[in-house]
Design a protein around this ligand. Structure first.
Ligand SMILES: NC(=O)c1ccc[n+]([C@@H]2O[C@H](COP(=O)([O-])OP(=O)(O)OC[C@H]3O[C@@H](n4cnc5c(N)ncnc54)[C@H](OP(=O)(O)O)[C@@H]3O)[C@@H](O)[C@H]2O)c1
Length: 287
């Protein structure tokens, strides 16, 4: 029986990245739809849950993507609301690669040093990847996770969303709209993750290399200029200036393997829901 993945994207065009990785994860075919909202998704979910016998339902699964993680969460809730009794299929949320990218970065940092009890900063952490990374750091016991934004209101909104969705209270919003301001925010931190937009530099090397407190650094941005100057996108837990550094491609291999593995898992049962917690648990096993 064919392993059908129904890819539901909140953006106009479904992400081809997710389509390719879905095929590589064992889905075949992938049926991709864009522009979805909680109000428009019902017929697509009904087509997934009513078409196969109970023992065969595990061969149909749903993947939710798109650039806005809050919109993705809303879509996930709408999808789950349509499920009842055994009329359900496994579903995964990974808006903009948020869960798999953050999980890969934090799982790799975790192999390089202790996270519990440490102060962490997620630079430009208001996007999908940054928000998830902040949650995962907090769940690993970081004593405080600062989320920076160029605008305080954006950082506050991200922290509020995290508190509502995950009940995590260790997140702190901070406004930092320049390299120097961000350098100030990381001054007393031990862990720094850069989660800024593609091709945006957030710090130069001089802002972190002489900082005696920083122990672990990860940068998600793989497009030059990188998020953090003075590191290499291929860095795989290498030591630079006394800190352990992970570049975007350094942990990117785990991100891709993780996304494929999660897609494969969707077809093992019709009951899985893979969101931040579940994806992070799988990442920790794989790292
Ligand atoms: N390594 C991997 O495997 C992998 C996989 C997927 C994604 N990524 C990368 O992960 C990073 C984060 O992804 P995302 O989708 O979460 O990012 P995003 O939503 O595009 O951007 C994150 C934040 O960057 C800030 N930002 C935008 N332009 C800026 C500027 N000019 N100066 C300073 N800050 C700016 C914004 O925060 P404010 O407006 O609040 O300041 C925004 O919320 C990206 O670089 C992406 O390419 C890596």
């Amino acid at each position: 029986m064919k392993k059908l993945l129904i890819q539901l994207d909140t953006d106009t065009y479904p992400a081809t990245f997710d389509t390719v990785v879905a095929y590589d994860g064992g889905a075949d075919p992938v049926l991709a739809y864009g522009g979805l909202t909680p109000d428009s998704v019902a017929p697509l979910v009904e087509g997934a849950i009513f078409t196969r016998a109970p023992k065969d339902k595990k061969n149909t699964a749903i993947f939710i993507g798109g650039s806005n993680v809050a919109a993705g969460e809303a879509l996930l809730n709408a999808v789950k609301k349509k499920f009842f009794a055994d009329f359900r299929v496994s579903v995964m949320l990974d808006s903009n690669g948020s869960n798999t990218t953050a999980a890969a970065a934090v799982a790799k940092l975790r192999t390089s040093g202790e996270l519990a009890g440490k102060r962490a900063v997620v630079l430009a952490g208001t996007g999908p990847v940054g928000q998830r990374a902040a949650v995962m750091l907090a769940r690993e016991g970081a004593s405080e996770v600062r989320i920076t934004s160029r605008r305080l209101e954006s950082a506050e909104r991200a922290c509020r969303d995290i508190q509502v969705r995950f009940g995590v209270t260790a997140v702190v919003p901070v406004e930092a709209d320049s390299h120097d301001a961000r350098a100030q925010v990381i001054q007393d931190a031990q862990i720094v993750i850069a989660a800024g937009a593609t091709g945006v530099e957030l710090l130069e090397a001089r802002h972190w290399q002489d900082n005696p407190n920083i122990e672990l650094i990860a940068d998600a941005n793989a497009t030059p200029p990188l998020g953090i100057g003075g590191i290499d996108m291929l860095d795989r837990g290498v030591e630079r200036h006394g800190k352990i550094v992970w570049g975007a491609l350094g942990f990117g291999a785990l991100k891709l393997a993780l996304q494929r593995a999660c897609v494969a898992k969707l077809f093992e049962t019709n009951k899985l829901v893979l969101d931040a917690e579940e994806v992070f648990a799988i990442a920790k096993e794989m790292a």
